[in-house]
Write a protein that binds this ligand. Structure first.
Ligand code: ADP
Length: 485
């Protein structure tokens, strides 16, 4: 890794607690693998409960100081951090691709997206407004304050190893909170690298702590049970999100949960099919299909099924499966063997139950973790592939007749994160947008993530919003003062 980046200090193999780079107490480490070729990138400390407690105590001590900085002062550190991330974009992208596999161009896009949250929340720090409410009696005056909630425990996934961190840490720090972060055990180097830049930006010690560990249950137990932690912000699977919510109940912590999805992508007869194909490619094959907002089910209205399927198949055939480090790569490897086995099983079971394979359907000759971009048609709601988050480069095409039918199909899932639809009838667009039970709806677009918009789900896809003016609410508590004059 080191010889591929120019700022060598970004490759670091330690955790960061109370302003110091640390090994685990017993020097236990674990290996990080490059999914592209299975090579070992390096090792990082395998921390346990003791170090988690140490980090929480450091964050708690730092909180008493950091919360009293003015918003403008906190913004100075965030802006410096933002600047350093921008200056190191290429190296951060390279680190991301090596440990996660996504194409370099996407990695760079992610680093810039991640940086945009730091800039945005540096600005939002000064806009954490309270309120003045007319008193209920003639001598009462009611003032509403927003105060930082305290120490935040953040747990992040491997599919966006950079931006899922800044999307949590930046609003937390802007609000005046301090953070103990556990990145995914599969992708700790991106987390370490941006923490290194935070250190350079000069945040006081203990304000940001990062714990590497491949014992997520131990770390999660401590973060969720320790009374000094006031808030847990998690991005990952619905299964783990539910466990964390249960664990947080014992100390009634505030939670933000950004969980799994099962995004429908609907194309009505009057849609612009070329635009729909472009949107489907963007929303399905980004990160090799490994995002929680990835299209999972493509619903095409009867009159345009054949046109869409032909054009879509042509477009998918053009995608280049290559090592993410090659500039021409569109699709890199999947994250691990488990991911490959899952898509293989889902495809096999769909075909057994009547789906038709149009493209792909097997491992790619490039290497163990590469999978061919795949398209299945004749898919129906009874198949397992329709109910589960695929998390791979597999498209499933369903056919429908009426608007009522597709709304029912689209909403027939416990998930409610992203959804997309293409059409041109204004009345229908409003009806469908309002009827979709999802936190986010892309209308004639396959791209919905943005710093300025509230990202998040409903139903079993989560609680809370990230980014936008709403993102800071997750890190403050509301207090009111009742003055009697
Ligand atoms: P994915 O399926 O995307 O890998 P996970 O929900 O398994 O999603 O993991 C997301 C994050 O949650 C990772 O940082 C992982 O280490 C962490 N994690 C997994 N299990 C637990 C747990 N029981 N408690 C706390 N964190 C966990």
């Amino acid at each position: 890794m080191q010889n591929l980046i120019s700022n060598k200090s970004l490759y670091n193999t330690k955790s960061f607690i109370n302003g110091e780079w640390k090994d685990s107490e017993n020097f236990e480490t674990f290996e990080i693998v490059n999914p592209s070729d299975g090579s070992i990138i390096g090792t990082v400390p395998n921390l346990g409960e003791k170090e988690v407690r140490e980090a929480i105590t450091a964050a708690s001590n730092a909180f008493s100081l950091w919360k009293n900085y003015s918003a403008t002062e906190r913004a100075v550190y965030l802006k410096k951090w933002h600047q350093l991330i921008l200056e190191n974009t290429d190296d951060l992208a390279r680190i991301l691709t090596i440990e996660q596999g996504k194409p370099l161009a996407e990695a760079k896009e992610e680093v810039l997206y991640g940086a945009s949250f730091v800039e945005w929340f540096a600005e939002e720090a000064r806009r954490i407004y309270g309120d003045v409410i007319p008193g209920n009696t003639k001598d009462s005056r009611i003032i509403v304050l927003k105060q930082p909630i305290g120490v935040v425990g953040a747990i992040t996934p491997w599919n966006f190893p950079n931006s899922m961190i800044t999307r949590k840490v930046a609003p937390a720090l802007a609000a005046g909170c301090t953070v103990v972060l556990k990145p995914s055990e599969l992708t700790p180097f991106s987390a370490i690298a941006i923490t290194k830049l935070a250190e350079e930006a000069g945040f006081p010690k203990g304000v940001i702590n990062i714990l590497t560990s491949n014992k997520p249950i131990h770390v999660g137990n401590e973060l969720t049970s320790n009374p000094l932690v006031k808030k847990i912000s998690f991005t990952g699977s619905t299964r783990v999100g539910k466990i964390l919510m249960q664990q947080c109940a014992t100390t009634v912590k505030k939670v933000s949960m950004e969980l799994g999805g099962n995004a429908p992508f609907i194309v009505f007869n009057d849609a612009n099919i070329d635009k729909a194909v472009e949107g489907a490619i963007a929303s399905k094959y980004r990160n090799a299909g490994q995002t929680c907002v990835c299209t999972n089910r493509i619903f095409i209205q009867n009159e345009v099924v054949s046109e869409f399927t032909t054009k879509f198949t042509e477009a998918v055939k053009k995608l280049k499966v290559e090592d993410g480090q090659n500039a021409t790569s569109d699709i890199g490897p999947l994250i691990n063997e488990e991911a490959i086995n899952k898509v293989d099983t889902l495809i096999g079971s769909a075909i057994e139950n009547g789906a038709k394979l149009i493209l792909g359907g097997k491992r790619h000759s490039l290497g163990k973790l590469y999978y061919e971009p795949t398209i299945l048609c004749n898919v129906n709601a009874k198949m397992k592939i329709a109910a589960e988050e695929i998390f791979g480069p597999i498209s499933t095409i369903f056919q429908f007749e009426t608007e009522e039918e597709v709304i029912q199909l689209a909403n027939d899932t416990p998930y409610g994160l992203a959804s997309y639809f293409y059409g041109n009838n204004l009345n229908q667009m409003w009806r469908v947008a309002e009827a979709l039970e999802y936190g986010m709806v892309g209308i004639n677009t396959g791209r919905i993530s943005s710093t300025v918009a509230p990202f998040g789900g409903i139903k079993e896809s989560g609680i809370g919003r990230e980014g936008s003016k709403y993102g800071i609410d997750e890190y403050v508590v509301t207090k009111y003062l009742n003055f009697s004059i």
